[in-house]
Design a binder for this molecule. Sequence first.
Ligand code: PMP
Length: 427
Amino acid sequence: MQLDNASLEQLREWESQLATQYQAILAQKLNLDLTRGKPSAEQLSLSDALDGILAGNYTAADGTDTRNYGGLDGLPEAKQLGANIMDVDAGNVLVGGNSSLTLMFQVMLAAYQFGLKDAASAWKHEGEVKFICPVPGYDRHYTVCEQLGIKMITVPMTSTGPDMDAVEALVKSDTSIKGMWCVPKYSNPTGVVYSDETVERIAKLGLLASANFRVFWDNAYSVHDLIDNAPKLANILEATRRHGTEDSVVQFASTSKITHAGSGVAFVAASAANLAGIKKFLNTCTIGPDKVNQIRHTRFLPSKEALTAHMTKHAALLNPRFEAVLSALSKAFDGTDLGAWEKPVGGYFVSFDTRRGCAKETVRLAAEAGVKLTPAGATYPYGKDPEDRNIRIAPSVPTVPEVIGAMEVFVTCVKLASVRNAITQQA
Ligand code: PMP
């Protein structure tokens, strides 16, 4: 199916065939859900040994009684777990509570209100504050900016990461830009891994940008590979050290999609100066994080090897679901002009771009047919996808037959929305 050169007559014929197929789907009264980027119950069960793993032994390697208050920056062995996940030195890691999103919000708030370096470095002194958001991206990042009144400036995501020409031009020309969101490995939602060149250029942004510029490097999917020889993300901390820009990047990760999503452990990795600023802020928020959960996690995942073996079990559950999505898209759309997508080899999402102006209608048609999709626009700041093209597909929770069924509906809805849109353009 090629819509660009199709005659009106041909489009009308396709529309009639697709409408019949769609009616047949409606009659099935399906109830399927591709919205949620969270682990399935089977995946969560992989970590059930966490429960009771301490068997009464609450003492950390350094003798800390983990049941008590204190330890603002985390147990040494928990820092090592974070270091294993983020590929940094344990000395650069701070261990928080259960959510990296909370840490991202807290670091953003600290940078805005109190300054990570000192009071004078607080972004609030600089009038309007802007953040670069590669799009499509993660909606909860946008909510953090929105809550703090930080204006979001979009740049396109490419298959190698954010469009770095656009990013560099922005930071050079606009001193109110104070940072940038990045999901560098298996980005949410496009699933791309930033290339070595992209990582290098991001590490150098600190040389081009105005003072107190911070990249928020949300490495939520750093060990979430679906294949054995997974692409390797270049080490941003080492790159910033080479360029003398260590303070310009703050990294985040968590075990949310490694162990139990709601009761994992979250981490920050940053320069000594940034860690000091973050700790100063956290010291007013808490007497210390949940160290019992930290030590449970370190006993469950005591080494890099244990972590890798554990993630292989997740991959075995996720792989057939991703295959179901990708093969349905290939079968329906290879060689057509109906859509574009990446083929992620890790993470939680497949991101599909429809033809211009067709995403909302596709999501609406799918919803009517009993297949819930993330609302179109959610992957853009303020919920507005200017070209109305992007749809995020999250296949982790449904069973494989459910994913296959939902994708049959999805491709029919994309085709129907596209053909109807093309008819309107021609009529
Ligand atoms: N960052 C990204 C890119 C995510 O996709 C998610 C989960 N959807 C999170 C952060 C949330 O992480 P946490 O559970 O550690 O708050």
